[in-house]
Design a protein around this ligand. Structure first.
Ligand SMILES: Cc1ncc(COP(=O)(O)O)c(C=O)c1O
Length: 506
């Protein structure tokens, strides 16, 4: 239940936006609604009793970080958080504050921080056997392989385990090139597929690319079919409970989808050697790029085009897999096609370093051309965790929860969009959600970074951790552990409303 004060607060905000009173005159009427996180008021209850932090001081951690960790290490927030414990959808800082984790360790904590069943599976395995490398046939990898491939349609029956999403995509690139004999690989502008030297070339955000020779060897970035920010888009393009604010006159089908598809055809005509391609990679919903969804039907047609030109289609399910999109277990199922290769990481291990490439036995056979080896891939601990994660998703019906709670989330955010012009777009499916903050709703220009940071930071101070994404960092990314409930959603949306209000009042 939402506490009465929050209900009163929400009503006041709604009243304010309809009566047109000045923001500042009302600030004080809202301040009691959600108190700062140290008092925990307004925050949903949590029965977990977290022991106090007993590690090094904040100052000491900062000092070590400055002196001994590489300077590229990202840190969120002006005063970075020290997080020392987690329980399901909650995180705890060194001063005992509790936070609602709406980012899940970057879309990684799928079933909940320190989920008891996953913890138990891991400790049982740790007590028996940590590691042998796959030169011996330890049982867990076999048990897990069978469970994982059972989740796939068609002939996607062969799995190779690795340790990270970048490694999985590296391997998929290698397989596609070996299997087809072609070299060129397509990915979308605004895609993120990893940071290894191989996948950095697939990633198409200038901010994530280093100026090294060879990074783009054999790689082509194609126009992103983004119905909100792209040159074509409309009011019915995407598979989401919330559509863009753009208009279109489509009666049947999707004109924007057709236009983007025609553009892709041009790449085959003009950029690829004799139109031949090894593969095309696509996230089912772009993650780092800011939860960008493609027009319905586009990926299916793109996959057909790629295959007609000798290539394979690779679905990068690193963020969208394992039930997160709600309607389906895999994001690609929402696009109504079956890929040739699927890569997965993050949510597969609930935070344990585990990733995989699933493909057909024929494509997998191409790896037989030379020795191929991965020391840790599918080790007993990772496999035990992977099995437990699949069990929990099934037993706790987390895919269904993603659908129900995620749809409620999207609808609540759409209400927020009605109230605040700076909420330019709300999009996504299930618990894969983006909220794009804009400076000008008509022109869809990104909200200035200091303004975005202020809103984001206030949410943190009020007890809710959101992520940020998109090229300009102006999209709030909401991808929590899939165990969240409606109370959590109400709290998060109310906190966001409060943060936006505070920021507009300044
Ligand atoms: C869609 C996608 N693919 C691949 C990766 C790379 O995964 P990793 O960081 O585990 O290498 C990421 C990481 O954010 C991702 O979001």
């Amino acid at each position: 239940m939402m506490p009465n004060r929050l209900v009163a607060h929400t009503k006041r905000v709604l009243l304010r936006s309809t009566t047109g009173q000045s923001w500042s005159s009302k600030l004080h009427s809202t301040t009691a609604a959600v108190t700062r996180n140290d008092g925990q008021s307004g925050m949903p209850e949590c029965d977990h009793n977290q022991a106090a932090y007993d590690g090094p001081s904040y100052q000491k951690i900062l000092e070590t970080r400055r002196t001994h960790l590489t300077p590229n290490l990202l840190a969120h927030f002006k005063k970075p958080l020290v997080i020392h414990a987690g329980h399901m959808q909650w995180l705890y800082d060194h001063e005992g504050r509790r936070y609602l984790d709406m980012f899940g360790g970057i879309v990684t904590v799928s079933v909940g921080h320190c989920h008891p069943k996953v913890n138990q599976a891991l400790s049982e395995q740790i007590a028996k056997l940590w590691h042998t490398t796959n030169i011996y046939m330890h049982p867990k990898i076999h048990e897990y392989a069978e469970r994982l491939v059972a989740k796939f349609p068609g002939n996607l029956k062969s799995v190779c385990f690795v340790n990270s999403g970048s490694e999985a995509n590296d391997l998929a690139m290698l397989m596609a090139r070996l299997h087809t004999g072609n070299q060129d690989i397509l990915s979308f502008r605004n895609a993120y597929h990893g940071m290894s030297p191989y996948t950095m070339g697939l990633t198409a955000h200038s901010t994530w690319r280093f100026p090294l020779p060879g990074v783009n060897n054999g790689l082509v970035h194609v126009m992103n079919p983004d119905p909100y920010q792209g040159i074509w888009g409309g009011s019915a393009c995407r598979d989401s409970p919330v559509q863009t604010t753009r208009n279109c006159e489509c009666q049947e089908g999707c004109n924007a989808g057709d236009a983007y598809y025609n553009e892709l055809e041009q790449t085959f005509k003009y950029s690829l050697p004799r139109g031949k391609v090894a593969a095309m990679f696509a996230e089912s919903i772009q993650g780092v790029g800011g939860t960008v969804q493609f027009p319905k039907g586009y990926l299916k047609r793109a996959a057909d085009l790629v295959r007609a030109n000798g290539g394979l289609f690779v679905a990068d399910e690193v963020q969208t897999g394992f039930g997160r999109t709600g309607e389906h277990f895999w994001g690609f199922e929402g696009h109504d096609y079956v890929p040739d290769i699927v890569t997965m990481a993050k949510g597969i291990g609930n935070g344990f370093p585990l990733a995989a490439v699933v493909t057909t036995p024929e494509i997998a056979a191409s790896l037989g051309q030379a020795l191929h080896f991965n020391t840790y891939g599918g080790n007993p601990m990772a496999s035990a965790v992977g099995i437990a994660v699949l069990d929990v998703i099934e037993e706790e019906q987390l895919q269904r929860n993603s659908l129900e709670v995620g749809t409620y989330f999207l609808e609540s955010l759409a209400d927020l969009q009605q109230r605040f012009d700076i909420v330019g777009d709300v999009r996504g499916k299930g618990l894969m959600i983006g909220v794009e903050l804009v400076g000008d709703r008509e022109k869809r220009t990104p909200l200035a970074t200091p303004h975005v940071l202020e809103i984001w930071e206030t949410c943190k101070d009020l007890g809710v951790l959101f992520g940020r994404g998109g090229l300009h960092g102006n999209v709030l990314r909401i991808k929590p552990p899939m165990c969240i409930n409606r109370q959590d959603v109400k709290f998060a949306v109310d906190v966001l409303a409060r943060a936006i209000t505070d920021s507009l009042d300044k």
